[in-house]
Design a protein around this ligand. Structure first.
Ligand SMILES: *Cc1c(COP(=O)(O)O)cnc(C)c1O
Length: 437
């Protein structure tokens, strides 16, 4: 899978054996492929090139400064959802990088900070927020460029916790109210309403929702222009799905095929905010088996990565492919899994495999990376790779159970370097130490 491949039953990231990385840097370890990161960004840039788009890498998916910097070096702007992500984007991006700022709860301080730092667009999610941004900008003698984020009210398209465009979710303005809200700020001295934004949810494996969203967007942009707002940007957000199983994802060109005609029709500059699509398949999480045990008819593999390192299985019931870094000679080199994202049991029979739960050391029954997963016999010290772990993996990592967050390594060809060092016990208490009396 994309520069993570088995050669002679040894998993490589680009030209580096993963086992070597585990020896050098320890486990749990996030291993990123620079080639995949750049290729996936390029894939979007190429597919949407006819629209000369502004591609804003979504920092939320993975905010590592070195990864953001790589994105900036290859021409991306940034999509941020907090002051902290804004800070990361500034640290990573070349001067003048375009930064779009979304989120339902921007504080006054964050709004001021963004204006001070030359935010490209605020994606505005409520009428109160719009008026607040207007007031703050006016008080600073500025005009804030905003895109109104609409909730286009489309049928469910992904996990309920990450579907952001069904009626009643907290995101965006109700589609019925956008025009009224926009009417209220015509001629506002602190606001330039220059765009329409939507982010449909994530991950989305079909193009149809984008087609429907674009159609609704076109109607709205026409109405906003009639009010006198100079709408120049259509921001279609992120959400493009990736391969967690096999080959279920659409290429960027498939999304472009439905989005580009809309952009052309309405005569806007296109903005996109891809996160997962770029970084999701660009990393694996490497862990080491600590113990195995069987109880109550179940077989457990206890390894040193846990829900604090990768919470997606626990939080969303997400599926990640998982396989030994060096599979034995009598088992398949890779798991035989079909790519149907809706199949609850996507495995074909595999030689010398039996169902096991892969769990971590955290004190929660919900701490697992995989459940009832056909895997070969594993033993203490074996290395495991959890695939497609680049997005919403390290970004959501925590210190729960006072576990140290993992290290991150970036591989380029046959070279590799640390892009985040492993935390230490000292780091763990750093914010408390000064407060001790
Ligand atoms: C999370 C988010 C994104 C990125 O979503 P991906 O699925 O990672 O592409 C883009 N825009 C907004 C507003 C978001 O909240």
């Amino acid at each position: 899978m994309d520069h993570f491949e088995y050669r002679d039953r040894k998993l490589f990231c680009e030209d580096v054996p993963v086992s070597e990385l585990a020896e050098t840097y320890g486990t749990p370890l996030y291993v990123y492929s620079e080639k995949v990161l750049v290729q996936k960004l390029k894939e979007i840039q190429t597919a949407f090139a006819p629209a000369n788009p502004t591609i804003c890498y979504s920092v939320k998916a993975n905010g590592n400064v070195s990864i953001c910097r790589l994105m900036g070096q290859h021409g991306a702007g940034f999509d941020v959802t907090s002051g902290g992500e804004f800070f990361r984007a500034l640290k990573a991006g070349p001067a003048g990088s375009k930064i779009v700022f979304a989120g339902v709860g921007k504080t006054d301080a964050e709004i001021r900070y963004a204006l001070d730092q030359g935010v490209f667009l605020f994606d505005v999610e409520s009428e109160q927020e719009l008026l607040t941004i207007g007031e703050i900008a006016k008080s600073m003698g500025r005009k804030a460029a905003v895109a109104l984020r609409v909730n286009p009210d489309l049928p469910p398209k992904t996990h309920v916790k990450t579907d952001t465009s069904v009626k009643g979710v907290k995101f965006g303005l109700d589609i019925e109210t956008v025009v009224d809200v926009a009417r209220g700020v015509v001629g506002h001295p602190g606001l330039a309403v220059v765009g329409l934004h939507m982010h449909l949810g994530s991950p989305i494996l079909k193009v149809e929702p984008y087609k429907q969203g674009c159609a609704k967007g076109i109607t709205l942009i026409k109405a906003l222009r009639e009010l006198g707002h100079d709408i120049r940007y259509l921001n279609m957000g992120g959400g493009f799905g990736i391969n967690y199983r096999k080959d279920e994802a659409q290429p960027a060109s498939a999304f472009a095929a439905v989005i580009l005609p809309a952009v052309k029709e309405i005569g806007c500059q296109l903005v996109l905010e891809p996160g997962r699509f770029i970084v999701g398949n660009a990393a694996i999480l490497v862990s080491r088996v600590v113990f195995t045990k069987s109880t109550g008819g179940k077989h457990y593999v206890i390894q040193d990565a846990a829900m604090n390192d990768l919470i997606r299985p626990t939080l969303y019931g997400s599926f990640h492919r998982l396989w030994p870094v060096q599979p034995a000679a009598d088992v398949p080199v890779e798991p035989d899994v079909n790519g149907d994202p809706d199949d609850p049991n996507p495995f074909r029979a595999m030689a010398n495999c039996f169902n096991q739960d892969v769990v971590g050391p955290v004190c929660e029954s919900g701490d697992f990376l995989a459940k009832d997963r056909p895997l070969p016999t594993l033993k203490r010290g074996d290395l495991l790779a959890t695939f497609s772990a680049g997005a919403y993996g390290m970004a959501m990592a925590s210190n729960y159970n006072s576990r140290l967050r993992a290290a991150e390594v970036l591989v380029t060809g046959s070279t590799h370097r640390l892009i985040r060092r492993r935390e230490t016990f000292k780091d763990l208490v750093a914010c408390e130490e000064d407060c001790l009396t």
